[in-house]
Ligand binder design. Structure first.
Ligand code: PEP
Ligand code: MG
Length: 548
């Protein structure tokens, strides 16, 4: 048995086999082949396999995210059959006597370059699609050489690190746990693991990946951050017991379903859930959350290889609102940039991306993207109780511009005879020290605040949330952060706005009473933490004197 230790980001135990995560960007070598016909036959088999995979993905997407979102996979299937694309691959194999992988990779480069040099934005975006299908064929070609991963068994995914876009694309039905060599606890990958309700450990170190191999038996202890590879019998029985005890504790929490979020002295609070995808709604409904406090809409963009259209977005937002049947649904507008990258945005490389052109700054510099999202949101607003929230706010003038664009969109829709709700609340994230400090000015302009403690902590303590090396300097209970939250709560209430917290700190039960004493109206957490927070709230007594 070998034991590795990192940081647990979701407390639970998983026992199973390891699967080492392979990136799509397979590095391709140019290899001479003697038998060109055999190489072309290999290519045909791989293409058939790719096409079959795409049909399966299409059917899954159709069920989970609707027709509009699934369409992209239909386009991929069509591209696989494109004559020009296929002629180019065959001709490279024939004329150069080279392996199929190489011919596919060269064709992908040529076509991607051709698409991206076109004037039309739609055609430009096809560049990412052609790379995507080519990577799939290359992967199918290499799987044929014995690297198959087509198993239905749930596995422990081990990787150097996972980008948020890679995490959202993993098949959730096949993931038992995550373990990564690098990464930090507030990264979006860690947040996604919590949302997915699965044990996860990050930052176990480089040695780990050199040691483990696909198929190794392992136990992940998300509480202690330990992973036991090829565990001995004692460890297996100890961790099996821990797993059963944990499941029993979580089962007991289920008894709180249907109960109020009320303190011993009678103060009530809303407990909502955070989601990153329409797929998470089942978990929200099962968690008994009173609403959705944060829908990170950028994951709709990360799941796509092109800008999601107004129709695609509309159907996703409508689905969330309808599923929540009149409960509050707060959808945050696009928060892309920094660690959340989508190739088709073609964002410039930045020295300090967390301080760069991200989130609302992209929306204000590229208003066509922003307006498309706002149109979809307002159109969906009649299907439920919508709140629209804007990320990364730092100034009054920025908020004035945003509100003016919202008004413009509402007027355009009304002129087109499209019905919209007049009850949609508008709010902002308090996630920069600037926003907290001027929260008195901002509060009178909006209906609500939601504190993004992940970014607020990063910017207040000057600690990059992506940098695992400085985690020792991140005091999540730092007085400066707590004072900024308290100041924002006071200002919100004095100016007629309500205030919630949707960053990861909202799930920290050591602070539940502190937040309630500050007058926080809502806590929004991963669905798996809703009942835990309800339990903590029900144990608080705000009438009891506290000595400082
Ligand atoms: C935050 O910053 O706390 C937040 C909720 O937003 P995100 O984690 O998506 O940046
Ligand atoms: Mg944030």
């Amino acid at each position: 048995m070998i034991t590795f230790k990192g940081k647990g980001v979701y407390g639970a135990v998983a026992i199973g086999h390891i699967s080492v995560f392979k990136r799509n960007e397979t590095s391709v070598k140019r290899i001479h082949v003697d038998d060109v016909a055999a190489e072309k036959a290999r290519l045909e088999t791989a293409k058939e396999k790719a096409s079959q995979q795409l049909s399966e993905i299409y059917n899954k997407a159709l069920k989970e995210v609707g027709e509009a979102n699934a369409q992209i996979f239909e386009i991929h299937i069509m591209m696989l059959e494109d004559d020009d694309y296929n002629d180019s691959i065959s001709s490279i194999i024939e004329t150069q006597s080279v392996n199929a992988e190489y011919a596919v990779a060269v064709t992908a480069d040529n076509f991607a370059e051709m698409f991206s040099s076109m004037d039309d934005a739609y055609m430009q975006a096809r560049s990412a699609d052609v790379r995507d299908i080519s990577n799939r064929i290359i992967k199918c070609l290499s799987e044929e050489d014995g690297e198959s991963s087509a198993s239905d068994e749930k596995v422990i995914i081990c990787a150097d690190d996972l980008a948020p876009s890679e995490t959202v694309l993993l098949d959730k039905d096949k993931v038992l746990a995550f373990v990564t060599a690098y990464g930090s606890s507030n990264s979006h990958t860690a947040i996604l693991a919590r949302n997915m309700n699965i044990p996860a450990i990050i930052g176990v170190g480089e040695e780990f990946l050199k040691t483990v191999k696909c198929g190794d038996m392992a136990i992940v202890d998300g509480f202690t951050g330990e992973i036991f590879v090829n565990p001995d019998d004692d460890t297996i029985s100890r961790l099996e017991k821990k797993k059963t005890d944990d499941e029993e504790k979580k089962r007991l929490l289920q008894e709180l379903k249907g109960k109020e979020n009320i303190t011993l002295d009678g103060t009530k609070i809303n407990i909502y859930a955070n989601i990153g995808s329409v797929d998470n709604i089942g978990a929200v409904l099962a968690s008994d959350a009173g609403g959705i406090g944060l829908f990170r809409s950028e994951f709709l963009y990360l799941e796509n290889t092109d800008y999601p259209t107004e129709e695609q977005q509309f159907s996703a937002y409508k689905r969330v609102l309808e599923s929540m049947a009149g409960k509050k649904v707060i959808i945050r507008t696009l928060d892309i940039g920094a660690d959340k990258q989508a190739d088709y945005f073609n964002l410039a490389k930045e020295e300090n991306p967390a301080l760069g052109c991200r989130a609302i700054r992209i929306c204000l510099t590229r208003p066509e993207i922003f307006k498309t999202q706002l149109r979809a949101l307002y159109r969906a607003s009649i299907y439920g109780n919508l709140g629209i929230m804007f990320p990364m706010i730092t100034s009054v003038s920025e908020l004035e511009r945003i509100l003016a664009i919202c008004e413009e969109v509402r007027n355009e829709l009304q002129d087109d005879g499209i019905a919209i709700s007049n009850k949609t609340e508008l709010g902002i994230m308090i996630e920069t020290p600037a926003a907290a400090i001027i929260s008195d000015r901002l509060a009178s302009m909006v209906d609500f605040f939601s504190v993004g403690t992940n970014d607020l902590t990063q910017y207040t303590l000057a600690c990059d949330r992506q940098n695992a090396a400085i985690e020792q300097f991140v005091d999540t209970h730092h007085e400066a952060v707590l004072r900024l939250i308290e100041m924002s709560a006071k200002n919100a209430h004095e100016h007629g706005a309500w205030i919630g917290i949707c960053g990861e700190l909202a799930a920290d039960t050591a602070l539940t009473e502190t937040f309630l004493r500050m007058g926080i109206d809502e806590l929004s957490v991963s669905p798996s933490f809703v009942l835990k927070i309800r339990d903590a709230v029900r144990h608080c007594n705000l009438k009891k004197e506290v000595t400082l």
